[in-house]
Design a protein. Structure first.
Length: 389
């Protein structure tokens, strides 16, 4: 299924800010795990729009739920009670199978992290946050401050809003040295997404939990990319058996309808005051209908089990051609490549398969929809096997 590259010259003058490198692909429609370009050529999407399209495209239940809510009432703020908002929050907590007591609904991963950090700094009265080397948390002032390497590359603010230090992955001694009585919070992606689907592992996450308890800091899991079923479990917290004080999630939560959530335990919730947090669009009824529909589909279609099964098939079958190993969890996978991953990405796309890259140049990142099947894994395996090792 060869795909014709979209020539840059074919794109008319654009008024969009020139900040995104473009894939040589223009999508006009999509269904299931398949994208279609203007020529009608199909592309197998293993990237899911940065891990967002968890249900894939044109999912009947999701599309119908959004249409129903648009007809019923497309917007009211958080100052006006709506049953769909209550249902979405309750459903998310139930889905998590974790002892969370409240949910603050916002619009993006960065905004969820921004609020989580603010809550932790205010609750503890401290001025230091520890993050993990390789972690990505978003591009706003606080989320960018705890993003590894942001200061050198794109941060842009003259100073960070609090002191930050970065703990090397897996370094227990550094956890003790850097997480102290000054530390308000430790923020961590249990599986680092942009870094290339790097699992930090249960022992390291448990060490962070223990040290936070010792010094009275809060533990924030950033599950913006690895949450909502992406690992084959509701959250990575379930997979690794470590309970955070705050958990942020976004991306697959809305399957493309912009939304994010911050889940909090009872002690964190007890510290919240009226008007201490706010948002206009967060918790809007369309976003809430999207959240409900996503969780309904994951549960009723057995998608957690499918993510685990199809993820295992990729691990078992795709160490071929230029791929030397597979890392990550569920359908958040990094294929370690002998040649630069960008080359492999370009070659796969010429053959009709879209994959992502990572900040590690030797890792090809896969973030497909949870509805991906074994038949699609075979297409990937055969395409990889045909490439020069
Ligand atoms: N945290 C993680 C782990 C992410 O992967 C991302 C986005 O890629 C973010 C936060 C930021 O989310 P958003 O782009 O929705 O602000």
């Amino acid at each position: 299924m060869p795909v014709t590259a979209t020539a840059t010259s074919a794109v008319p003058a654009s008024y969009l800010a020139p900040v995104f490198a473009q894939y040589p692909l223009e999508v006009v429609s999509a269904s299931g795990v398949w994208l279609r370009n203007a020529r009608g050529e199909r592309v197998l999407d293993l990237y899911g729009g940065h891990a967002v399209a968890g249900l894939g495209y044109d999912h009947p239940g999701f599309t119908a739920a959004l249409a129903r809510q648009a007809h019923a009432c497309n917007f009211q703020t958080n100052a006006v009670a709506m049953a769909v908002r209550e249902r979405a929050a309750a459903r998310l907590v139930r889905f998590s199978q974790l002892p969370f007591a409240s949910v603050f609904l916002v619009n993006s991963g960065a905004e969820a992290n921004e609020n989580a950090l603010k809550i932790a700094l205010r609750a503890t009265g401290r001025d230091h946050v520890a993050a993990i080397e390789g972690g990505f948390h978003g591009r706003t002032a606080a989320a960018g401050a705890v993003t590894s390497g942001a200061q050198a590359k794109w941060y842009g603010f003259p100073r960070t809003p609090f002191d930050v230090s970065f703990i090397p992955r897996g370094d227990a001694a550094a956890v003790r040295a850097q997480v102290t009585g000054r530390t308000a919070a430790v923020i961590v992606e249990p599986v680092q997404g942009l870094a290339g689907a790097v699992e930090l592992g249960a022992p390291f996450l448990a060490a962070l939990r223990a040290r936070c308890d010792e010094v009275g800091a809060l533990l924030i899991f950033d599950e913006v990319q690895c949450g909502v079923g992406r690992t084959g479990h509701p959250f990575a917290a379930n997979l690794y058996g470590v309970m955070p004080d705050l958990l942020t999630t976004a991306k697959a939560l809305g399957n493309g309808f912009p939304c994010a959530a911050l889940l909090m335990t009872q002690p964190v919730t007890a510290g919240l005051k009226l008007e201490s947090l706010g948002t206009t669009f967060g918790g809007g009824p369309m976003a809430c209908a999207a959240i409900e529909a996503v969780i309904e589909a994951i549960e009723s279609e057995g998608l957690l089990e499918q993510v685990r099964r199809v993820g295992a098939a990729i691990r078992a079958q795709c160490v071929v051609g230029p791929v030397t190993a597979v890392q990550g969890a569920g359908l958040l996978l990094g294929l370690r490549t002998r040649r630069p991953a960008r080359q492999i990405q370009a070659e796969l796309l010429e053959g009709g398969i879209l994959a992502g890259t990572a900040s590690d140049p030797q890792v090809l990142r896969l973030l497909p929809a949870y509805v991906l099947g074994e038949e699609h894994v075979e297409l990937l395996r055969d395409a990889l096997a045909d490439l020069t090792p």
